[in-house]
Design a protein around this ligand. Sequence first.
Ligand code: ZN
Length: 381
Amino acid sequence: MTHRVDSIQLPHSTLGTHRRVLTHHFGQAGARPKAYFQASLHADEWPGMLVAEHLIRRLQAADQQDAIVGEVVVVPVANPIGLSQHVSGRFLGRYDLLDGGNFNRGFPDLAASAHKRVADMLGDDPATNVDHVRHALRDAVQELPIERERDGLVAALLGLSIDSDYVLDMHCDDEALVHIYAAQHHQDIAVELGADLGADVVLLEQEAGGAPFDECNAGVWWRIRDRLDESRPLPLSCFATTVEFRGRADVSDALAEQDADNLMRFLQRRGVVTGSAQPLPKARHNGTPLDGVDIVRAPGVGLVAYQKALGSRVRSGESIGDLIDPMAEDPATARIPLISRADGILFARLASKMVRPGQSLAKVAGSVPLPHRKQGNLLES
Ligand SMILES: [Zn+2]
C-alpha cells in the first residue's frame, strides 16, 4: 500500500493562526507517469472538492490492488486562504481580499530560471533533457521568494505539481456545462480528456494571458523549448488543464461519482493506473479556439432574463435573453437584447440576475476566432 497523507504548513499572516495544504499521495514518489489534481483554487468553487473526495476513494481501492503504476497527488482543498474569506455572510473565494488579486492568476514564469540551470546540460537525448528540466523546475520552485501567505501557497502547489506529466486544476463556472481549458499544443489529449469527461466544450489557447496555474505548469516547457536549437530536443512533457465541473451549485454525489469514474478512466488510459480504460467515448466537442469564445456583457444595469438554456446553439447576432430596466416608465423601452457575437454553444451563464454595466453574463464557444477577442487577456479577470 502506498497511500500517504501529508500536509504543508503555510507561512502565517495573522498572529495565532496557521493554515495548511493537505495532500494525498499514491504510488512511489518519482514513478511515472505522475498526475496531479487540485480542487478549488478559487475557493468558492466547490464541485471539484467533492470530485476529489470520490477520486481519493477510487485511488485507495486501486492502491489496495497494487494498481497504481505512476504517482498521483491529490490536493482536495487548494486554497485554505480563500476559504477563510467571508464578508457579511457571503463567501468570497476568487480574489484575495488582501490585495484584490485573483487566486488563479499571476503564477510565476519559471522558464528563464529553469533554462539558466540546465542550458549547459542539455544534449541530443530527449528523455535525459526532460529529466534535467524537471529537476531544474523543482529547484526553481524551491527558490521562489516567499513573503506573504499567498506566496507560500503558490510555492506549495507548484512544488507538488511542477514535475508532473498531467496537471488537472479543478474549478467550476457560475452556471455551466462541463468544459475544459488547455493549450493548443495539447489538442489531442485535451479532446481525449474531454471525451472521457463528457465535456461539452474544449477550449484551446496559444496563450491565455494572466498566468493561470495550468499555463504555469504546461507553458514552461514550450518557453524553454523556444530557447533551444534543434540539436537539443525537448518534448512538451506536461499536459495541464483547467477543468470546469459545471456551475457552483452543481455539488452532488451523483455528479461527483460520475466525474471521479471518468477521471479514473483517464488515468488508466494514460497508464498512471492499471486496468482497462474501455473504449474512449465519442468526443462531444473536438476543441475550438479560446479567442472564438464570445463573452456577452451587460449593456447596462438591470435584471437579466435568459431565453436560451445552457447547451443551446446560438447564431452570431442572435439574442440569448434580455436586460431589463424595471424602472423604465414605459415597459416598451425597458428591454435591451443580449446579443452573441459568436456562432456556437452557450456553455456558461452568470447565476445572478441583477447585473452591473459591463459585467460578463454568458459565454458562447464558436469555432472562429473573433476580432474583438484578439487583444488583452482571453480569460476573465
Ligand atoms: Zn475558477
